[in-house]
Design a protein around this ligand. Structure first.
Ligand code: ATP
Ligand code: MG
Length: 447
């Protein structure tokens, strides 16, 4: 590849269009990259649409190979980039609610018509610097409107994943959904049940990772799509809480408010833990007669179990599930941080999910009573401990115990943990002190 590898994706794609056009073909940039470019965003990748057939593309590009599942879409390598080249097509019937049974090669205009939304239906000729708009996409882009091409209900009936794509593009681009398109999303939301959970989950994740996640959340709730993703979230509506701690309202209002308080960029476990942290409140709600208040005893523990089964159902990878569940399980422990022993606090803070848990705690407070005393305390501790690792290298190890003639047993780990506790609390500060502590302990316990 050499110097070629440094070529940017746009240059690589433009060269491909040039080769196609120089050989007598029509060829354009198509879809998302045209939309993003007009919005002033830099496109993730460049897709090319052309009247050249796959066989012809193979003749023109040495490195072209087809991707079966996409009906003759060719991938071409150039300058370290892989660009998709699709022959203009019209879709056949849709029997499975997701993909056409067949495609037929067609003219550019028909290829624009088979795309999902007008703002995704634009072509651009990078050599002539010209937009080719068969679907009035440009006007919608300027008005920031997401509109299905042609008859919305038919387009969602063909491919139900477009229901999720409508919400995603609205959230990510910050576009309003045009009323007829929106009505069709609402009317057909139940069709989402026919789409594989992996595809739904991927769209859901992209919505929740987007800075526009609040709009996306509202659209998923209002359309009814959420009922086919995480129906448990809908069940938070009307679950009332003690007004003294939760002046904002019920658990649904609280969760939604937290979502709005997150920074633009979040990890998936953080945003999922926000959505799920109080998921067990409806199931654990009781009335405390003595204190005359609602309680949710054990909601963090049951919430962790519920979060795990929800995320398994959505087939999230294990590491995402683990980190999310950890955040849910621990979110009430933040109320106790100021009473923790130093060693316990340091261990709590040293866990690799801690930064996300701090953020969960921050929006939990700001989305309710607004008191950040525990959060601020933890920030101070972070500053105070910043000079050294929270968990320093051990003063003694299992090998030291073996050298002292110990036989491996559960006491081994217990002893090392105790020494670490002293080390974290500052009551043992050197290896010699640690060895002396062990010797002392052996004398007192073994006589
Ligand atoms: P992004 O890559 O940011 O998700 P995109 O618009 O490029 O956005 P892709 O999924 O990469 O979306 O698809 C590229 C183009 O293919 C789209 O812009 C659209 O024109 C068309 N397209 C993709 N999926 C569908 C679909 N399910 N139905 C109709 N057209 C689609
Ligand atoms: Mg794309």
């Amino acid at each position: 590849m050499g110097a070629n590898a440094t070529k940017d994706a746009r240059t690589a794609a433009t060269e491909i269009v040039h080769t196609l056009q120089a050989n007598g073909h029509t060829a354009y940039f198509a879809g998302g990259c045209v939309r993003d470019q007009l919005l002033g965003h830099s496109p993730k990748d460049y897709d090319i649409a052309t009247d050249a057939r796959p066989d012809r593309i193979k003749q023109l590009f040495r490195h072209a190979h087809g991707v079966g599942a996409h009906f003759g879409v060719m991938l071409v390598k150039n300058g370290g980039h892989v660009t998709e080249i699709a022959t203009f097509r019209r879709d056949g019937d849709y029997a499975d609610g997701r993909r056409p049974d067949s495609i037929t090669f067609a003219a550019a205009e028909e290829d624009a018509q088979r795309r999902d939304f007008t703002v995704n239906g634009l072509f651009y000729d990078p050599l002539a610097d010209e937009i080719i708009d068969h679907v009035d996409g440009r006007a919608d882009l300027e008005k920031r409107i997401l509109r299905a091409i042609s008859t919305p209900s038919q387009r969602f009936e063909e491919d139900h994943l477009r229901l999720m794509r409508a919400v995603r593009f609205s959230a990510v681009l910050g576009f309003e959904i045009e009323p007829a398109t929106w009505n069709a999303v609402c009317a057909q939301s139940a069709s989402l049940a026919r789409i594989s959970i992996e595809r739904v989950r991927d769209e859901f994740s992209r919505i929740m990772l987007s800075p526009g996640r609040l709009r996306g959340f509202d659209l998923l709730i209002d359309s009814g799509l959420m009922n086919h993703i995480v129906p448990e979230i809908d069940a938070l509506k009307g679950c009332d809480q003690p007004p003294a701690y939760h002046p904002e309202g019920d658990v649904f209002v609280h969760t939604r408010l937290m979502l709005s308080l997150l920074p633009e960029k979040v990890s998936l476990p953080l945003v999922l833990s926000v959505l799920l942290h109080d998921i067990a409140k409806p199931a654990t709600r009781t009335w405390d007669e003595a204190d005359q208040r609602v309680r949710f005893n054990g909601h963090a523990e049951l919430g962790a179990e519920m979060a795990e089964s929800i995320l398994r159902r959505l087939k999230y990878p294990n590491d995402i599930i683990e980190d999310t569940v950890t955040g849910v399980a621990n979110h009430m422990r933040f109320m106790n941080v100021q009473n923790m022993r130093l060693a316990k606090l340091k261990r709590f803070m040293a866990r690799d999910t801690f930064a996300d848990e701090m953020e969960l705690h921050r929006v939990d407070c700001l989305g309710s009573h607004g008191l950040l005393d525990n959060y601020k305390f933890l920030q101070e501790q972070q500053r105070a401990f910043a000079a050294e690792p929270l968990i320093p290298p051990p003063l003694v190890t299992g090998n030291d115990l073996i050298a002292l003639g110990w036989k491996p047993s559960p006491r081994f780990a217990e002893t090392l943990t105790e020494i670490q506790t002293h080390q974290l609390e500052g009551t043992i500060t050197s290896r010699d002190e640690a060895l002396a502590w062990i010797a002392q302990r052996v004398r007192t316990s073994d006589g």
